[in-house]
Write a protein that binds this ligand. Sequence first.
Ligand SMILES: NC(=O)c1ccc[n+]([C@@H]2O[C@H](COP(=O)([O-])OP(=O)(O)OC[C@H]3O[C@@H](n4cnc5c(N)ncnc54)[C@H](OP(=O)(O)O)[C@@H]3O)[C@@H](O)[C@H]2O)c1
Length: 261
Amino acid sequence: MRLKDKVAVITGGGSGIGLAITQAFSAEGAIVVIAARNATRLREAADAVNASGGRAKAIPADISDEGQVRKMVARTLTEYGRIDILVNNAGIPGPTARIVDMELAKWNEVLAINITGMMLCSREVLKDMMLRKSGNIINISSVGGMSGFPMRSPYCVSKMGVIAFTETLAIEAGEYNIRVNCISPAAVRGDRIFNAAKAKAEALGVDREEVLARLIKDFSLKRFIEPAEVAAAAVFLASDESSAITGHTLAVNCGMHISHY
Ligand SMILES: NC(=O)c1ccc[n+]([C@@H]2O[C@H](COP(=O)([O-])OP(=O)(O)OC[C@H]3O[C@@H](n4cnc5c(N)ncnc54)[C@H](OP(=O)(O)O)[C@@H]3O)[C@@H](O)[C@H]2O)c1
């Protein structure tokens, strides 16, 4: 087991990619704390992991709320004594709209969750990691963090920010034996990508299937990424197998970036 008895906090760990990471970490022996807003979904995810022999705890929290993040981290430390790994996975896709039509409240919401939420979780967890001179932080960016995409400006800005945050924190935290890396997935099979394709299709006045087909066309492997494939990259970055890797962004994108540029 590559993460035996490691204490891992995974934001957004009750659904989608976060749930796949929760399951993969649990299978590798980690104690997993999952944090998100929807308490029912979170508890169901933790119950399922515990029923299959893992160790998971649900702590509801809105990561864009400083007080809630502080309480979530404090509860984790009270229960388990330390946090070895933080996965900043929680995020929202935000609006599909041209910049000229952008609603300020929607723009601000994306940055508050995708960027400020990640900073708040990292800041609170770092206090424990720096004291113990040990830690591992993994941030989830996106292919939207490597290139601009029309009608997705707040998302792209936030996900490019995730990469900038990763590199900055990796430099600041390295002397404390804390590694900070990033995963940049392209379209991962699941509700989020199907809903995003629907919104884009409506905005462009085309078929959802056409939007999905255009996406796949840009991938060298001509298929979507599976949530478990992102989770496998997270296990690698969380484990000692990647012990000399920090400040790195790992593209898990079926070759999209090669075809795209
Ligand atoms: N799916 C893709 O194709 C894809 C591609 C590239 C990158 N990503 C990134 O991968 C990450 C996970 O995405 P996903 O596809 O798995 O989407 P998802 O199923 O919608 O998961 C997002 C998670 O974030 C949580 N969350 C959202 N806002 C939150 C907040 N304010 N506080 C706490 N938790 C919050 C959600 O739970 P609650 O709603 O209960 O809070 C949910 O569990 C995101 O950062 C996303 O940008 C996804």
